[in-house]
Design a protein around this ligand. Structure first.
Ligand code: ADP
Ligand code: MG
Length: 362
């Protein structure tokens, strides 16, 4: 297994920049999710890593070895990179047994029978499919077939495992089971894993760190809780987790970490992005945003911030409301409450926390 480094990787198709100046450092044994909307360049980035595409510029290294660097004419073939890849659509051969499907790459490499059998057994045991070795793939469920595809990638003892939306074709229940299977696999093997998904909940549940991608760029790379609590910009704030982002212009910076924001007729205290403190001009350029997650705002009859209830849903234990606030009533906040509220009711809100960043665009 190996660490993975990408430095300023760019890839265009015709005039279109699918991957734009992407730099990523992934540690040996890390589980990283690549998260972003459809078409943002996730698959292209994986294909560049795997060696199916050649970058236009930038350097890719695996375990300290440069495997792609167009400036120096270095382009190591996919076979020589030895990365395991599992795609969304996994082709298994229906006329071959599960074991033969898994062992096929070893046959192609010319390994002897005994060695093959040994490695096949180990790979199938890893994905908990040992007892299914002699079955036909047609007898397996979707999740089991996906695990066969994973075993077929593991049998090559790859330096890292790349997974491209491996659960996209499975139903919700199976997805959760398989997420757990991938996590168990990661804990057992300590493999470096890059997991592509457009599903933020899946990325948050699984990854050590998440790289949020948009239009060919990495917007932010951080631990799930950092992305959630401290999004770098509007796109990340909106893509990762529920909540609202309010454009704000009145920010009083208290110190390096905190500020006070005028909201309606009240001031609320919020944490502030260090970038913002360094670049105060952004506030005046109308680039400041206040990110409020649902758990930051509670209905509190003494709360000075007022709003009208648009929706009320019981979650078990607490209620989640949509509350319209602001002079022009142009913002709807998802908030929590300990009691049911009527639609149209005027309620007070208490804001316990918030996060201010300085990039509403770009
Ligand atoms: P994602 O996996 O995030 O959905 P992709 O990496 O597949 O996104 O695609 C990113 C962009 O690059 C898309 O606009 C897609 O149409 C384009 N693209 C990807 N592969 C090719 C290709 N071989 N030729 C031309 N355009 C491509
Ligand atoms: Mg894709």
């Amino acid at each position: 297994m190996a660490d993975i480094n990408l430095s300023r990787i760019t890839k265009s198709f015709g005039d279109y920049r699918a991957v734009n100046q992407v730099s990523l450092d992934i540690a040996d044994g890390e589980f990283v999710a690549l998260l972003g909307p459809s078409g943002c360049g996730k698959t292209t980035l994986l294909r560049l890593l795997a060696g199916f595409e050649e970058p236009d510029g930038g350097v890719i290294s695996l375990g300290g070895q440069v495997v792609a660097d167009p400036q120096s004419n270095i382009m190591v073939t996919p076979e020589m990179r030895n990365l395991g890849i599992v795609f969304q659509s996994y082709a298994l051969w229906p006329h071959m047994s599960v074991a033969r499907n898994v062992g096929y790459p070893l046959e192609v490499r010319g390994l002897g029978r005994a060695e093959r059998d040994h490695k096949i057994k180990a790979a199938l045991d890893t994905v908990a499919l040992g007892p299914y070795a002699d079955r036909s793939p047609t007898e397996l469920s979707g999740g089991q077939r996906q695990r066969v595809a994973l075993a077929r990638c593991l049998v090559m003892e790859p330096r890292a495992v790349l997974l491209d939306e491996p659960l996209a074709n499975l139903d919700v229940h199976l997805r959760e089971t398989m997420q757990q299977a991938f996590l168990d696999f990661h804990r057992r093997t300590g493999a470096t894993m890059i997991y592509v998904t457009h599903d933020q909940a899946e990325a948050m549940a699984m990854a050590d760190r998440i790289a949020v991608m948009d239009k060919g760029h990495i917007r932010q790379m951080a631990a799930p809780e950092t992305l959630y609590r401290e999004p770098a910009d509007l796109m990340v704030a909106g893509f990762v987790g529920a909540g609202a982002v309010l454009p704000i212009s009145n920010v009083s910076i208290t110190d390096d970490r905190t500020c006070s924001v005028r909201l309606g007729d009240t001031d609320v205290a919020a944490r502030i992005c260090p970038n913002f403190v360094r670049n105060r001009a952004a506030a005046h350029a109308g680039q400041a945003g206040l990110c409020l997650r649902p758990e930051d705002v509670w209905v509190d009859d003494a709360g000075a911030l007022r709003g009208s209830v648009e929706d009320c849903v019981y979650l078990g234990g607490r209620f989640r409301l949509s509350v319209r606030i602001g002079q022009d009533r142009d913002h709807v906040l998802p908030v929590y409450a300990n009691r049911r509220a009527r639609i149209g009711e005027n309620v007070g809100l208490k804001v316990s926390d918030g996060w201010v960043f300085d990039r509403m665009q770009g």
